[in-house]
Design a protein around this ligand. Structure first.
Ligand code: FO1
Length: 333
């Protein structure tokens, strides 16, 4: 059985995982439309928050809804056919964040998760129960950690420094307040969630989804022991550039890159991840055709590189990217 591990954040991670699943079905068919491959997503939980008494886990939910086929493809988050009657009531009561909408169907997920957490389940157990309801086509979702590690953003607001929860910076201020630093609160005491280290150790390929390199992939790798497990694994590590044509595809990832002094380019992100064996992660790197000029720089650091269209329009384009990543990882049929 071929084991594929994907480190992922929200929307980019969700679309890429849909492609990995589709390509696995083609490359390792099980004869009934599924795949014999085992796909495990190790998902960022740094965007998570307590809101209106509920535990919200945006990246896990984006991936779950997308793989279940019930996601709002246009908006990029939340449920298809959503309504917002409860959130209107919450706003009237002044409960929660008025700039962060919890849809009625989405609230079903948050209430179920929170009730299980209140019963004493760990996040990974709650995720397992939530995903049991949907058919994710065999993809296993693992939170990077069960511990509450939330990303906060240190911003300069006028002449004062203050820290905002990532979601406030991202959704209320649209990342417009210049970020001076990202802080993962509580990360020192955090541990990888059950199953994470085993999945990494037994992987045949480890893929970095085209998610935010700083607050998604970076946060996953920042969980103590995780980066070492990944760089020490026997599997090749291949990343997919989240930068296309020198720009980010969606979201405001360039604001995050700027905050850590990384140029918004396919080559700069590869350099940021670094060459495996030289303190970095990458054995391979996929760039978009529009960034083909960056291939020489990446190849110069002995990272295998190939180019193809990286805009994930649909399952086919996403599957083609997954195919290129698996090829670069040397995982063939
Ligand atoms: N993003 C927004 O821009 N506005 C929202 O009101 C919003 C609500 C929301 C509720 C649940 C959820 O899981 C995600 C939500 N998001 C919203 C997206 C969220 O900020 C992103 O999915 C990630 O946290 C950033 O990658």
């Amino acid at each position: 059985m071929t084991r594929i591990v994907v480190l992922a954040g929200g929307v980019g991670g969700a679309r890429f995982l849909r492609g990995v699943r589709e390509e696995a079905r083609r490359r390792f068919p099980d004869g009934s439309g599924g795949t014999t491959a085992a796909i495990a997503a190790i998902v960022n939980t740094g965007d998570d928050a307590w809101l209106a008494g509920l535990r919200i886990t945006p990246d896990l939910d984006s991936i779950m809804y997308t793989l279940a086929g019930v996601n709002d493809e246009q908006r990029g988050w939340g449920r298809l056919g959503e309504s917002e009657r409860v959130s209107a009531e919450l706003r009237e009561y002044g409960v929660g964040w008025p700039w962060f909408t919890l849809g009625d169907l989405d609230l079903g997920t948050h209430i179920a998760r929170t009730s299980w957490l209140r019963d004493g389940l760990r996040l990974s157990a709650a995720v397992e129960r939530l995903t049991r309801r949907w058919d994710l086509g065999g993809v296993r979702l693992l939170p990077a950690t069960d511990d509450e590690v939330e990303t906060h953003v240190r911003v300069r607001d006028g002449d004062v420094d203050r820290e905002l929860h990532f979601q406030e910076w991202w959704t209320r201020y649209r990342a417009a307040l210049p970020a001076r630093a990202f802080v993962q609160r509580g990360v020192e005491a955090a541990q990888p969630a059950p199953g994470v280290l085993d999945a990494i150790a037994s992987a045949d390929a480890i893929l970095l989804a085209p998610s935010n390199p700083v607050v998604s992939i970076g946060t996953v790798l920042g969980i103590p022991g995780l980066r070492q497990a990944v760089t020490g694994a026997s599997a090749p590590i291949v990343g997919v550039s989240p930068i296309i044509g020198g720009a980010v595809v969606r979201g405001m990832a360039d604001a995050c890159l700027a905050a850590i002094g990384v140029e918004t380019s396919a080559a700069a992100v590869a350099e940021h991840y670094g060459r495996r064996g030289r303190g970095g992660l990458l054995d391979g790197w996929l760039v978009d055709d529009r960034d083909a000029e960056s291939m020489a720089a990446v190849a110069a650091s002995e990272i295998a590189v190939s180019s193809l269209p990286l805009l994930m329009r649909d399952a086919d384009t996403s599957a083609a990217i997954a195919a290129a990543a698996l090829d670069l990882a040397g995982v063939h049929r």
